[in-house]
Design a protein around this ligand. Structure first.
Ligand SMILES: NC(=O)c1ccc[n+]([C@@H]2O[C@H](COP(=O)([O-])OP(=O)(O)OC[C@H]3O[C@@H](n4cnc5c(N)ncnc54)[C@H](OP(=O)(O)O)[C@@H]3O)[C@@H](O)[C@H]2O)c1
Length: 294
């Protein structure tokens, strides 16, 4: 699909989230809007789009509280499905590229399933994942020109992420138990942001669902150990980390075990390859310990 003039801005839905912040740190011409300006769960996007006349819209907003969604499925559905569908339709009506982000959690991660291609059967195990999967269908139904990137385990060291949770414990000299049976491809938010911006700036965009993977597969335990190696010099005591099964941490929402994704289709179609979380992690650790305000 061709779109509005490429020198028009890219509109980002979401402002304070991990991905929204990483998008804002690219050098692209972006306008980001937080929920105080546009509530994706309920607002009509027409006025927003007509005011900014963007070349492309990147939806970085979502209901991402995986456990919270179990108790509030309507809120998750409104934000992960109905809102993106309205936005997709409004973009279609104005010839604006629409880029949306989905998740590896659309897969059940059962043995033998991974690495998942885009054609693989989806089977969400929790409410968050179901609403994200519903959102994929609703977006593509509302706008067959839309492009959706499925990502996994996005990290950048901001907010209440897994990475911050473990580093906070380590900073306080506390031992860690980390699950070793959940595996995926961690995605450094700036890698995904650069991919989305690069796509959004194009005159034409492939449509449909594509996998954007963050490079080599890891368990949460592998990921935590890599973070510890990098952070070790800054820690108050020798870190203690123990691998455990998911059953050690019962949670309201069931997590899939192995959601490694095959990102070859995106590479073949757009030239955009997977990132490598091992390149991003040192930057996140340096930002936390060496340039905490940077
Ligand atoms: N985090 C992961 O590990 C992961 C993995 C796979 C896929 N994803 C997907 O990647 C995308 C980005 O995730 P993230 O990690 O950046 O999420 P995040 O850090 O939790 O940020 C969520 C964003 O959603 C916005 N938002 C929440 N409610 C809103 C509302 N009612 N109206 C408008 N905006 C609202 C927030 O807006 P404000 O700026 O106003 O706070 C924030 O910018 C999502 O689609 C998510 O499903 C995430």
């Amino acid at each position: 699909m061709t779109s509005q003039a490429v020198d028009a801005p890219i509109l980002v839905i979401g402002r304070s989230g991990q991905l929204a912040q990483a998008l804002l740190e690219t050098d692209a011409k972006l306008v980001a809007c937080g929920r105080d300006q546009f509530d994706l769960a309920q607002d009509d996007p027409s006025a927003l789009l007509d005011a900014h006349k963007p070349h492309a819209v990147i939806n970085a907003a979502a209901y991402t509280d995986v456990n919270g969604a179990e108790a509030d499925p309507d809120a998750a559905q409104a934000l992960n499905c109905s809102g993106p569908s309205r936005l997709a339709a409004a973009c279609k009506a104005r010839d604006i590229h629409f880029l949306h982000v989905s998740t590896d959690y659309v897969f059940d991660g059962a043995p033998g399933g991974a690495p998942y291609k885009e054609t693989a059967r989806t089977h969400p195990l929790n409410v968050y994942a179901r609403t994200k999967r519903n959102g994929e269908d609703a977006v593509m139904t509302a706008n067959e020109d839309a492009m959706i990137l499925r990502a996994a385990w996005i990290f950048d060291g901001r907010g209440g992420s897994f990475l911050n949770a473990i580093l906070n414990r380590l900073d306080n000299g506390l031992p860690l138990k980390v699950v070793n049976d959940q595996i995926s491809t961690p995605t450094w938010a700036p890698d995904l942001a650069r991919a989305l911006v690069g796509l959004a700036q194009r005159e034409t965009l492939p449509s449909g669902v594509f996998h954007f993977s963050g490079g080599p597969a890891a368990s949460w335990y592998d990921f935590a150990r890599a973070a510890i190696r990098l952070a070790q010099a800054h820690l108050p005591v020798e870190p203690v980390i123990e691998p455990v099964d998911s059953s050690a941490f019962p949670q309201p929402a069931q997590r899939p075990l192995d959601t490694r994704m095959d990102a070859q289709a995106l590479l073949a179609t757009t030239g955009i390859g997977p990132g490598d979380w091992r390149a991003g992690l040192p930057e996140v650790i340096a930002r936390r310990y060496e340039h905490p305000k940077g």
